[in-house]
Write a new protein. Structure first.
Length: 337
């Protein structure tokens, strides 16, 4: 079935009419219990304000649930799949979501094909809002422009964002909220804003204020990371392995490393390889192919490209310069003798 969504608040209402389920309602929260022939479970929608809502789905479908959603409005959404299997297709692109995966979505005037698998518990949290609701929190014009740049990065996509323990705790707090009435509404709103902030902190494009705040423990871990990189530059460790060894989130590791040391992990690896390559040229007199293999390059061509980018000349040209300088020094020494 096709649902034409012209405002972010219409998804819940149209889905309710489609499945003909029973709805319990307060002024700001609706809970849909789906009919038994469709499955078992419910969808809860909490309207925070016009342009912002929270949806929590906990359903086990009898058959695969297939929908076509015509998103005719601007929608920015942060979602987190606690459990389940979900597939999305839009504009020739595909996305698969399973347990403990978070997605960030920014769509407008696009049709999305959505499929949720039957026979398994589909438990999903979605924070849906218009871009204007996010931009409302910009402190000044500069921050607003930064946030607009951030939004443009995600336009037209359904992308994963890093899963962190803090995000997991926030999701769990929202799902297991025990407050009632006005206190529940306030609690859910505060948690939704916390979720957005945590997403911004964990995401490579999300530090709209500029630098990441690094604690003393973070700096220690990043210094350990630098030592590991320097000790393994010939056979570099993956970001995942580095993060595991020092006990830091992969995304924070990458961003924090760049801010603390002024270069990426990849750039440090390349720098150490180039420094070692010079040593091989000057002290060991190896040829280009031998040097490339010694510093971890699979072929001489890749090494030559990296060397030229780093030093501004080809390895062979550098070797000639070394030979010329050696000859000049020898001539000078002979002249003095």
């Amino acid at each position: 079935m096709i649902l034409n969504i012209t405002t972010i608040h219409e998804l819940f209402d149209q889905f309710t009419r489609m499945v003909e389920g029973h709805v319990q309602q307060t002024n700001w929260e609706q809970r849909l219990t789906i009919p038994a022939h469709i499955g078992k479970g419910y969808v809860t929608r909490t309207r925070i304000r016009p342009g912002m809502e929270i949806m929590m789905t906990d359903i086990t479908f009898e058959e695969d649930m297939k929908l076509q959603l015509q998103e005719s409005c601007q929608l920015f959404e942060l979602s987190y799949c606690v459990s389940g299997e979900m597939n999305y297709e839009w504009n020739g692109k595909k996305s698969h979501t399973s347990s403990k995966i978070g997605n960030v979505t920014f769509l407008e005037d696009v049709r999305v094909y959505e499929e949720k698998k039957a026979g398994i518990r589909n438990q999903l949290l979605e924070i849906r809002f218009t871009p204007d609701e996010l931009l409302y929190y910009a402190g000044d014009l500069t921050e607003k422009k930064q946030m607009e740049t951030w939004l443009r990065h995600y336009r037209g996509n359904i992308d994963r964002y890093p899963d962190t323990p803090a995000i997991q705790r926030c999701v769990s707090d929202m799902i297991h909220c025990t407050h009632l009435g006005t206190m529940k509404r306030l609690y859910m709103e505060s948690k939704a804003l916390e979720f957005i902030a945590l997403f911004g902190e964990s995401d490579e494009y999300g530090s709209v204020g500029g630098s990441m705040l690094l604690r003393r423990d973070d700096i220690t871990k990043l210094q350990q990371t630098r030592e590991l990189v320097q000790n393994h530059f010939e056979q570099p460790l993956s970001i995942r392995e580095l993060a595991k060894r020092v006990g830091m989130n992969e995304f924070k590791l990458k961003k924090g490393f760049r801010e603390l040391f002024g270069m990426t992990i990849f750039e440090l690896v390349r720098q150490k390889r180039m420094e070692k390559a010079l040593w091989y040229m000057e002290a060991a007199s190896l040829n280009v192919g031998e040097i490339a293999a010694s510093v971890g390059y699979s072929n001489a061509s890749n090494f030559t490209t990296a060397f030229r980018k780093h030093y501004g000349c080809n390895p062979s040209e550098y070797v000639k310069r070394i030979s010329q300088l050696d000859s000049e020094r020898n001539m000078l020494q002979n002249g003095l003798n």
